[in-house]
Design a protein around this ligand. Structure first.
Ligand SMILES: Cc1cc2nc3c(=O)[nH]c(=O)nc-3n(C[C@H](O)[C@H](O)[C@H](O)COP(=O)(O)OP(=O)(O)OC[C@H]3O[C@@H](n4cnc5c(N)ncnc54)[C@H](O)[C@@H]3O)c2cc1C
Length: 397
């Protein structure tokens, strides 16, 4: 199979790397057609261009649409809305493999998945028919607009408000850190009216909506983050998603649960990428006349990296299994998977930099990017501390 053969045609910036960023492999000998197509897409489109995306802090819309064409953007969505309806294990592997190539590109999958899932679960039939096929194909990029300057971990502290004016809703406030916000044409905006929290589908071209690019991020530099200001944005009644007051109890937890699962799987991919780079490096690099791979302290680091990555992958698979079985513990076990995978990938990426020494600190080597990207996984979709609280509280009853 072509994509499983040793590559002789690595292109673009990757040819310049001192350590070849080799094409990714699915990890098993037999691949389904879906898997072959995925790996072909990753190796032909993402891998050769990932450094350009990071440098330009942008992913071309064509790439997002190409993911849509392959059913990767909203893989949970049923076929009658244009989706592919993959199972969660497959979705996990897609996130792992794309995350192995580029954490920024993978972030599209989480956001697009969360917005489409919210519409699927809570939308009216008209909203589903209007938005889902476009989100699936990537013609519309979605933005998940929950966070604000004073509402990070504490989503209940929103200051964005909605009021009913002349049979319409009027939104006022400012949303921060909206992944893909720079190119999103549909925002899922959370706002409050007193103690009532609701969700709205807001098109980018609504009068009063302004998007401001956020650049210079530590990691996930191509995830096109933006702040979104809502200056008396008027919306028709049909823009409300779900019932009034249902946002924090139902819509946000549903979206974050999917977000956590896909981010956890992305962490597994990033961990695997660290391992792959280190394996080829220790094979070649010599110090004291000995290959690094023959030093036991290096072997210890590799053993930890492999073990932690396998453990993260198993936790993700467990979360997917519980979700498929609609098990009551699925939400907590998804938190466990995200908590472990995101903290673990930070240790793994740190060991990868350590193994490469000074070379690991240079942006010619991908571990430099892996190290930066890893940190952000401890902040998004439930910070490490919030997940610790959630996991502990669950077990404390
Ligand atoms: C790259 C990136 C992409 C993002 N994309 C989106 C997006 O698409 N949509 C969106 O809505 N948001 C997005 N966010 C925002 C993200 O959800 C928030 O950053 C996250 O919720 C944490 O909020 P905060 O950064 O304001 O930290 P804060 O809430 O200010 O927390 C700061 C620190 O205090 C800790 N802390 C907070 N509360 C407690 C507590 N009770 N006990 C112990 N420790 C606590 C936190 O763990 C953290 O370490 C994104 C953020 C980043 C960095």
């Amino acid at each position: 199979m072509r994509i499983l053969k040793q590559s002789t045609e690595l292109r673009s910036l990757f040819q310049k790397r001192k350590i070849a960023s080799s094409k990714l492999k699915w990890g098993v000998c037999t691949m389904s057609f879906v898997e072959q197509e995925l790996m072909r897409f990753i190796n032909e489109i993402i891998v050769p261009n990932v450094d350009t995306y990071e440098l330009q802090e942008a992913i071309p819309l064509d790439v997002i649409r190409a993911m849509g064409d392959r059913g990767l953007l909203c893989p949970l969505i049923p076929k009658n809305y244009g989706g592919v309806e993959y199972d969660l294990q497959t979705i996990g592997r897609i996130n792992e493999k794309i995350g192995q190539a580029s954490a920024s590109v993978r972030s599209v999958l989480t956001v697009q998945g969360m917005v489409s899932l919210a519409i699927l679960k809570f939308g009216t039939e008209a909203q589903k028919e209007k938005w889902l096929p476009k989100l699936v194909s990537g013609k519309v990029v979605g933005g998940f607009a929950l966070a604000e300057e004073e509402a990070g971990c504490d989503s209940s502290n929103l200051s964005t408000t909605y009021t009913e004016v002349d049979e319409e809703y009027e939104l006022v406030g400012k949303k921060t850190w909206v992944t893909m916000g720079q190119v999103a044409s549909l925002f899922l905006v959370f706002a409050r009216s007193g103690e009532e929290y609701s969700a709205f589908l807001v098109e980018k071209d609504r009068i009063g909506l302004q998007v401001e690019d956020v650049t210079g991020m530590l990691g996930l530099r191509a995830s096109m983050v933006a702040n979104v200001t809502l200056d008396n944005v008027r919306l028709p009644k049909e823009s409300l998603l779900g019932r009034l007051g249902s946002a924090l109890r139902f819509i946000v937890p549903t979206c974050l649960d999917y977000g956590r699962y896909t981010v956890a799987c992305g962490c597994v991919g990033l961990s695997q990428a660290c391992i792959d780079v280190c394996y080829s490096y220790v094979e070649k690099r010599k110090q004291f006349g000995t290959k690094l791979k023959d030093f036991q302290m290096i072997q210890r680091m590799l053993a930890k990296m492999v073990t932690q990555t396998k453990a993260s992958r198993l936790l993700c698979q467990n979360a997917a299994k519980l979700k498929e079985e609609e098990d009551f513990g699925a939400i907590t076990d998804t938190c466990v998977a995200k908590y472990y995978a995101s903290t673990s990938v930070n240790e793994v990426a740190s060991m990868a930099v350590q193994i490469l020494g000074a070379n690991g600190c240079l942006n010619e080597h991908p571990v430099e990017r892996y190290f930066r990207d890893a940190k952000l996984f401890e902040i998004i979709e439930g910070s490490t501390q919030i997940l610790e609280i959630m996991i502990a509280n669950n077990y404390l009853g």
